[in-house]
Ligand binder design. Sequence first.
Ligand SMILES: Nc1ncnc2c1ncn2[C@@H]1O[C@H](COP(=O)(O)OP(=O)(O)O)[C@@H](O)[C@H]1O
Ligand SMILES: [Mg+2]
Length: 220
Amino acid sequence: MADDYVLEMKDITKRFPGVVALHDINFKVKRGEIHCLIGENGAGKSTLMKVLSGVWKYGTYEGDIIYNGEIQQFKSIADSEEQGIAIIYQELALIPELSIYENIFFGHEIGKPYSIDWNETIVRASAALKKVRLSHIDPSTKVKTLGVGNQQLVEIAKALSKNVKVLILDEPTAALNEDDSANLLELIRQLKEQGVTCIMISHKLKELIAIDLNCWISPL
Ligand SMILES: Nc1ncnc2c1ncn2[C@@H]1O[C@H](COP(=O)(O)OP(=O)(O)O)[C@@H](O)[C@H]1O
Ligand SMILES: [Mg+2]
């Protein structure tokens, strides 16, 4: 595989009882691009991304995932995250009752076992919020008080705090208003400048065209 491809999914087939969700799908993503994935409802877009991120683990699909030049056998989301792949779902995965900083570092806490370094957590959460242009928001704010647009940005901040190289957004703007969508798309463009590869699922063609004229659209 040429060096400029960060990811190749080869001949991916995924079956569920009574349905073949993906049939011999080939999908290639260049390093540092914003790659848009479109297709009608039920086409298999989310399933393909779940295969990529280890939700559907190695052995439950056919075909190969080649990432950074190596065949990967992800057994969980934690495995793909370790390699720098993060997925953000349409249904947000934050814990509403917890603060922004607790959410950002939930599952990868800072400190020694049984003793979380809260000062450092808050410092790093502030830095992560800055990266998603939310520096005006106090990291101790409870997530449930944020609008859905800002919740999504907190999810992206969480991904960035794990050193994400490939960010997958599954229909991120479906629940957002126009301003929040525009803000998110601008952020994705900024992340691209910083070398983050982005796979973006959307069915809003206008938005996909606006995001980047060089965006590569691969219909399923
Ligand atoms: N967990 C599951 N169990 C059974 N069938 C599923 C499951 N997830 C997805 N499917 C089926 O796989 C197909 C592709 O779904 P999906 O990947 O969600 O499509 P898209 O994201 O493009 O709308 C659909 O027919 C859907 O019903
Ligand atoms: Mg979907």
